[in-house]
Design a protein. Structure first.
Length: 204
């Protein structure tokens, strides 16, 4: 029995699945989702492609899982940042600061590639849509709280959330290709959300 075979038998299924997924996420972070393949993950871990395909039946499924893992972690971090703020205005400030910080450029790049690959990867497209809905719910929750506080004034919370997410995605994409500096992107975002939400006391 080879060392690889013994190692494969030693690890519990959940542990092996987690190891394979973690490697796929690592590859996607360094080289993009398109670099994630069954053979690449197998080679990096020193196992056979057959072992990887036992847990992920195709490259499309593996790519989708890698995207989901990384994108959920990013959303969880955004929610954690928002939760530390007390008022709706402070929560929106915290969200804009997080999503447009240089440290979030990798997340923006991940989404850009997911949208592109999703044209031919239906599971990836479906996962991207589901996570987009979660982002919309997160933003809508902040807007709704702001309306309740009397800080925001909007006719339709869900429409406002969609517009704000579209603005975030657009600025994030421009930052990825260095078309707009971070400080300028954050300034644009702050001005836009003050105008879109008609923030009380704002002169925007």
């Amino acid at each position: 029995m080879t060392v690889e075979a013994r190692d494969a038998k030693r690890k519990l299924p959940a542990e092996r699945h987690g190891e394979l997924l973690a490697k796929a996420v690592e590859i996607s972070a360094k080289e993009g989702l398109s670099a994630v393949t069954l053979r690449r993950v197998a080679a990096d871990l020193g196992v056979t492609p057959g072992l990887v395909s036992h847990y992920f039946s195709s490259a499309e499924q593996l790519i989708t899982a890698a995207f989901q893992s990384a994108a959920v972690a990013d959303l969880d971090e955004a929610r954690a940042r928002v939760d530390t703020a007390r008022t709706a205005v402070a929560k929106m400030d915290a969200l804009m600061d997080y999503v447009l910080d240089d440290s979030s450029d990798d997340a923006s790049a991940l989404w850009l590639e997911a949208w592109s690959l999703g044209r031919r990867n239906a599971p990836l497209a479906a996962e991207a849509k589901e996570l987009t809905d979660e982002w919309l719910a997160c933003i809508a929750g902040i807007v709704r709280a702001g309306v309740a506080e009397g800080a925001f004034h909007v006719a339709d919370v869900d429409v406002a959330a969609r517009r704000l997410l579209t603005m975030i995605d657009g600025l994030g994409a421009q930052k990825v290709v260095r078309a707009v500096p971070t400080d300028e992107a954050k300034h644009i975002a702050q001005s836009y959300f003050a105008s879109e939400l008609r923030v009380a006391g704002s002169t925007s």
